[in-house]
Write a protein that binds this ligand. Structure first.
Ligand code: IVH
Length: 683
């Protein structure tokens, strides 16, 4: 037993050393494969000897159940923000002020990168990671220890024998550009809302209630501040020494730090990095300049908002002007039609920009973008370039205001703009731009559950012309399938059987599978139970639909729109001819927690798309309305709410925040949300 214990400790130490080499020194000495093997060996040993598991074991990074809410923690020393400077002159003023306050001391500065991420505080007690928290409002933050433990660059226990063991560490959690790109491209495939930049993606990730989810996102950490928690202990005398100490303790510290003997060296560092910022694998939005000596820092002190001994030098937004050659329309996999600016290619921040999103019709109107205009484009902290404004002096004569076409550029169907929404949509289920995703949804497990019909095969079917919409699935023959590349006789046979079997799915599954916007599985079962047949739903008017608890105006409008399209009705006829079950039983609806209540949504929710939140409300018997009035029961408020929020306050309508909403829903479902992928469904 003693031997096993020793072996376990030895492997743990080895892993910690490798983490240190990888994350702190940036000099790994073993391959990922060997590292994984060590982890596996440790996990196996711990599984066989659970009594030997300790909380600081490298296998314990992802642990614990998803939480409903993060406990709030008070920062012993407030987490201040920094004053911003935007020019060399402002940096000189900072220097002048310091010299005045310190009556002519010779001041050394440390200049370091300003990571564009999320500030966190880590508390180590007796060398063990005790707690990790967000900055919050500076006074109080959220306890996100379980999430932070999943970051492999954050040591669960400190290194070094004689070094201090009770410390607070502050630093930035961030996401590299590569991880960000990969995450967004996955989101795109899933038809989910994209993150605007790595910083938002980091914030969104740290808010996750399920640490396992955080672990998958590969966040990084870099520390830039430490404080000894024992008042008697002797600590470093300068900021640079703090950084060295942090590194010795096993914490990652940026290697791009300069000790500057005068302001000109600071300015050199700032201008140098402003030029080189794009060579870094992560985003920075400036440089932080700090007085090096801690005794001088103390003399300078802080205001309520920020320390006097440090400033941020913020980089200018990266801008360029170019010509907006044309406005093209792009149909996304979810049917949203996005106007895209086709630009005269221009070099900006290390890449050639030739396209940029113009977001939506309202945005084009607001900024009055016209084809032929010279426009200003910008890459803020954002990775995705934006068209910011028109250079009006350069507008060519005769440039006409832009108006969005009323038909889908991919399939020619009439487009739809739902009241209160910015996006223009194509709702044709046979639209070539969407058909792959629609078939994927139709065949998915919670819909028609057609086993073996995966994304790659759907693409093959669509590209070969065998299938133009999901109605065509039912006329596929074994021989057609067997003739496809990488498809054997046996798999073709199995697929035909699976498709045949799906004909027996009950009506509610079929309704869900159709992919009507705002009709999730809950609403589908409500409609099936209320109307008893697909024909009855097809023939229902908005007012017929609205008679049922749980059907709100948004859903009713969407259902009517869906069946109004002839192309959609044609596909349904194919399903009828194939012998699918278009009828079911009429049922009484169950009482949901929002029965009969009318909701209005405003602002961006962090854990749901608007559609997913509406779906949940409707599933619980509530209705969605687009504007606040005296019949509104609740306004669900997200970040940056609009005028609907002020109106709610004016009218005295109850306001519900996202956390309360999640709590109510979770309680009703008796299961907390754990995975944002399930929630951010955008149908
Ligand atoms: S020092 C009291 N150093 O910038 C000073 N901050 O605008 C504490 N940040 O909230 C901050 N990189 O999130 C410092 N090298 C760095 C930084 C850094 C990024 C962030 C931090 C802070 C914000 C202030």
């Amino acid at each position: 037993m003693a031997g096993i214990k020793q072996e376990i400790e030895k492997i743990r130490d080895e892993i910690r050393q490798h983490d240190y080499r990888y994350y702190v020194l940036g000099e790994p000495v073993i391959s990922d494969f060997e590292y994984d093997r060590l982890m596996k060996r440790l996990a196996d040993l711990e599984k066989a000897h659970p009594d030997l598991i300790t909380p600081d074991s490298p296998t314990r990074r992802v642990g614990g159940e998803p939480t409903k809410e993060f406990p709030s923690v008070r920062h012993q020393v407030p987490m201040l923000s920094l004053d911003n400077t935007y020019s060399q002159d402002e940096l000189r003023e900072f220097e002048k002020r310091n010299q005045n306050l310190l009556s002519g001391e010779n001041i050394e500065y440390v200049a370091e990168l300003k990571f564009d991420g999320i500030a966190v505080s880590l508390e180590y007690r007796d060398g063990m990671l005790f707690r990790g928290a967000t900055r919050g409002d500076g006074e109080r933050g959220d306890d996100i220890t379980a999430n932070l433990k999943t970051l492999r660059s954050i040591p669960l226990r400190l290194l070094g024998g004689k070094l201090p063991k009770n410390i607070e560490v502050r630093g930035e959690v961030y996401m590299t550009k590569a991880v960000f790109r990969k995450l967004n491209s996955e989101k795109e495939t899933e038809g989910e809302k994209l993150f605007a930049n790595p910083r938002n993606a980091t914030a969104g990730t740290l808010k996750q209630q399920d640490p396992a989810m955080v672990a998958r996102r590969n966040l990084e950490f870099s520390s830039y501040f430490m404080r000894l928690l024992d008042p008697s202990a002797r600590g470093p005398a300068t900021h640079l020494e703090s950084l060295h100490l942090l590194r010795d303790l096993g914490l990652p510290v940026s290697r791009h730090v300069a000790l500057c003997r005068g302001l000109w060296e600071v300015i050199d560092f700032c201008t140098g990095w402003e030029e080189k910022r794009d060579t870094l694998p992560y985003e920075i939005d400036g440089v932080v300049v700090k007085v090096n000596r801690l005794d001088l820092q103390e003399k300078l002190g802080s205001t309520a908002k920020s320390p006097r001994w440090a400033v941020a030098f913020k980089f200018k937004a990266r801008q360029a002007t170019t010509v907006l050659k044309a406005i093209h329309l792009q149909v996304g996999r979810t049917g949203i039609i996005t106007p895209v600016a086709v630009l005269e290619p221009v070099l900006l921040a290390g890449s050639t920009i030739s396209r940029a999103t113009l977001h939506n019709e309202d945005e084009i109107k607001r900024r009055d973008f016209r084809e032929g205009d010279t426009v200003l484009i910008e890459k803020g902290g954002d990775v995705i370039p934006k068209v910011v404004q028109v250079v009006s002096e350069k507008r060519p004569k005769g440039a006409a205001p832009y108006s969005m076409p009323r038909t889908c550029p991919a399939c020619g169907s009439e487009t739809i703009r739902v009241e209160g929404e910015a996006a223009l949509r194509c709702e044709n289920i046979a639209c070539s731009a969407q058909v792959q995703r629609r078939i994927g949804h139709f065949a998915s497990r919670t819909a028609m559950d057609i086993e073996g019909l995966g994304e790659a095969l759907i693409l093959q079917l669509v590209e070969s012309g065998l299938v133009r919409d999901y109605g065509d699935l039912y006329s596929l023959k074994k021989d057609d399938l067997a003739a496809l590349e990488r498809m054997g006789e046996k798999s073709a046979q199995n697929l035909v059987i699976a498709i045949e079997a799906s004909k027996a799915r009950p009506l509610d599954r079929l309704i869900f599978a159709l992919g009507i916007r705002h009709v999730g599985s809950g609403a589908a079962s409500l409609l099936a139970g209320a109307f008893g047949s697909l024909d009855a739903i097809r023939d229902a008017r908005e007012e017929d639909l609205l008679r049922f608890e749980g059907v709100g105006p948004v859903m009713a409008e969407s259902v009517v729109q869906f069946f109004r399209q002839k192309s959609n009705r044609d596909v349904i006829e194919k399903l009828r001819r194939a012998g699918l079950r278009l009828t079911g039983e009429v049922r009484k609806s169950r009482a949901g927690i929002f029965n009969g209540k009318t909701f209005v949504l405003t602002g961006a929710l962090s854990r749901f798309t608007r559609e997913a939140a509406s779906g949940l409300i409707e599933k619980e018997g509530g209705k969605i309305a687009s504007s606040v009035g005296k019949n509104t029961d609740y306004v669900l408020v997200g970040e940056n709410p609009g005028s609907k929020y002020t109106k709610a306050l004016d009218l005295g309508v109850a306001v519900m925040d996202e956390d309360t909403f999640v709590n109510l829903i979770s309680r009703s479902r008796k299961k907390p949300f754990s995975d944002d992928r399930q929630l951010k469904i955008d149908m």
